[in-house]
Design a protein around this ligand. Structure first.
Ligand code: NAD
Ligand code: UDP
Ligand code: UDP
Length: 351
């Protein structure tokens, strides 16, 4: 299906010093795979806002049309139901490749027999899906951005984690399908970049939260917020002393766009260095939603990283980017969105 005519079809040599397109650049043809998901839908909002034409490619595995319904009347917006595991022909300038079954519930909790097909879906998306998007980028000379993850650092022995750290990943553990799938996607991206001079960008995203997060996807922020709103106890896994660093979604989207428009391949850590234990996070959720919310301890999952905090010096230096929204500021915005989706009693807030 040939949707558009290519605008920029020449591949440029690595290090050839191309002039970065401004963040205000207009009229690009952009594909966002996984654009019906949490992060993708916020990215689509920003791209359309600055005047780009956006094609979302999504199979709705974890994403939903509701996240994009406000664009359905926009002639610059197109939504294609498609699994990136299958090849696709499009003519575009940029590809943001976010498609990935990102919810931890699937790989952490279900007994192996019921999720063997999930592993399969996971690897196919990360390996074959990424390969197809790289093939597409190669054919039309588009710039390609991969959303990798802080999980490539595994249970890190270096703290905070800089991009130069190679990580500590258990290749045969319960969460390896995610870690290793993304590591392979990074490898493929770098091979296409080095071997074919493809313009590639790699973001390593740290834990991100905000409006439109899946309600029951099992991630800690969405769990705690939904639990507090439903008057259920907050489930803290393990002793709750493990740490994560939580980034508000608008900061991430700004970082992704700066990375795409900039001159540097990466990888770049995109995350908020504000580090919290899960017990501290539970406390912030209590303060924000319900001071009487109870805490319930549950056994932790295998191979759970003990600490995670991004070193973002590289993104600060080379992209001029750093997060602006602190947890105590971002959480209330997410809460009003969750409240609205759970009970429908508040005006939707997507900021
Ligand atoms: P999400 O689940 O909300 O979005 C992923 C989207 O990809 C969904 O819309 C889903 O339907 C789609 N998708 C999955 N498999 C597909 C396939 N085979 N073909 C087409 N579409 C497919 O997750 P998110 O939090 O928005 O994550 C977006 C990206 O950012 C992912 O690549 C994820 O690995 C990465 N990331 C997110 C976080 C975070 O904290 N949110 C952290 C690290 C990395
Ligand atoms: N591909 C795609 N859309 C395109 C171009 C390629 O989906 O516009 C797929 C293609 O089907 C292949 C993958 O991308 O499976 C890698 O393509 P590439 O040309 O790099 O490798 P090759 O096809 O030579 O194996
Ligand atoms: N976690 C928790 N309670 C929950 C869900 C998760 O205490 O209801 C913990 C989990 O064990 C991990 C941390 O929160 O230590 C972050 O988990 P999440 O799945 O959100 O992200 P990831 O492990 O991928 O960083």
């Amino acid at each position: 299906e040939l949707t558009h005519v290519p605008r920029r079809v020449t591949l440029e040599l690595h290090g050839s010093g191309r002039v970065p397109l401004s963040l205000k650049a207009k009229n690009l043809r952009v594909v966002v795979t996984g654009g019906a998901g949490f992060v993708g839908s916020h990215l689509v909002d920003r791209l359309l806002e600055r005047g780009d034409s956006v094609i979302v490619v999504d199979n709705f595995f974890t994403g939903q049309k509701e996240n994009l319904v406000h664009h359905f009347q926009n002639p610059r917006f197109e939504l294609i139901r498609h699994d990136v595991v299958e090849p696709i022909l499009l003519e575009v300038d940029q590809i943001y490749h976010l498609a990935c079954p990102a919810s931890p519930v699937h790989y952490k909790f279900n007994p192996v027999k019921t999720i063997i097909s999930f592993f399969n879906v996971f690897y196919k998306t990360n390996v074959m899906g990424t390969l197809n998007m790289l093939g597409l980028a190669k054919r039309v000379g588009a710039r390609f951005l991969l959303t990798s993850t802080s999980e490539v650092y595994g249970d890190p022995l270096q703290h905070p984690q800089a991009e130069s750290y190679w990580g500590n990943v258990n290749p045969i553990g319960v969460r390896s399908c995610y870690d290793e799938g993304k590591r392979t996607a990074e490898t493929l991206s770098m091979d296409y970049h080095r071997g074919l001079n493809l313009e590639v960008r790699i973001a390593r995203i740290f834990n991100t939260y905000g409006p439109r997060m899946c309600l029951d996807d099992g991630r800690v922020v969405s769990n705690f917020v939904a639990q507090a709103l439903r008057k259920e106890p907050l489930t803290v896994y393990g002793d709750g002393k493990q740490t994560r660093s939580f980034q508000y979604v608008s900061d991430l989207v700004e970082g992704l766009m700066r990375l795409m428009e900039g001159e540097h391949v990466g990888p770049f850590n995109l995350g908020n260095p504000g580090e919290f234990t899960m017990l501290e996070l539970a406390k912030v959720v209590q303060e924000t939603i319900d001071p009487n919310a109870k805490i319930e301890f549950r056994p932790n999952t295998e191979d759970d990283p003990h600490k995670r905090k991004p070193d973002i010096s590289k993104a600060k230096d080379l992209l001029g980017w750093e997060p602006k929204v602190a947890l105590r500021e971002g959480l209330p915005r997410m809460v009003s969105d969750f409240r609205q989706r759970l009970f429908g009693d508040e005006k939707e807030s997507v900021g």
